[in-house]
Write a protein that binds this ligand. Sequence first.
Ligand code: ZN
Length: 298
Amino acid sequence: MYMTQGPAWSTSGLDVAAGRYPLSVERHIMRMAGLLVPGVTTVTPHARYYSLHALVAIEAERRGLSLQQAQDLLRRCEVAMAAVSYAHDHAEIGLPRAHGLDALAARLQSGEVVMAEAAQPVKGGYVRNVWGFWNPYAASEISLGILTSAIMPTPGPACAADQVIAGLDGILELAVRPRLTVDELRGHSHLCVCAGGGAADGTWLASLLCLPGEQPAEAAGFVRRDTIRLLARVMGTHEIGDVTNDVRPVIAYGDFLTSDPVAASLDTAPVWRGVCYATTRSAPGDACGRGSCQRSSA
Ligand SMILES: [Zn+2]
């Protein structure tokens, strides 16, 4: 004879010893993020590499570079940006180090970088991949129209050459130098990974992310724009010390999404509530991180 007991929480680990996603929502969450913020990636925090890769694409097209020449130019540009970011004292602003900086640290501490050595995709260089750090960015850059889908960086329909070239003025000259000295690079702080926000290329990228309609086939951009508006509104109306931890509860719980006039006007806000709720582990009554709900019988 069967008797129902529960429902109750099972002990964790019945099926998976140490599952990070016990409710198996990861695939759903990633798909929703792709729909809500197309072109935005969690793989990297450095927006300025979007501009840098655009510049490489523009230059490669202008000079008719071969694949190998484009690879060399891209790596040299990334080394130059990393070296400039080492020389620039931008203090703790929450921005991680530039790509490859750890590998370049010993050279930079000695005062200079020999480009032919640092930019080689071998052990001892700043990265082993022939395309430097382009791969993690490529899908987003193509999604945004900065590049087209090709075997090497190629300007896309949204690539604004004038603004990209103006914002990164001087980095191509640094990239072809035989060596870079740290003292000299202190005069190029406008090329640092932290300096995109106030530069022409940063203005272009901000428009690209937040002003859909200026480019063709940018319907998905309206959803991205509304997501950015939602985040900006939360941060402008709350004390946010840590974005990752402090923004999510505001969206997941409470009446902000309906009481705030801006948030209430955004169709994406309630969608984000569902996404955030599914990923929130710390709220009372939250199911994530615990075992699966079961009904036992005896
Ligand atoms: Zn900086």
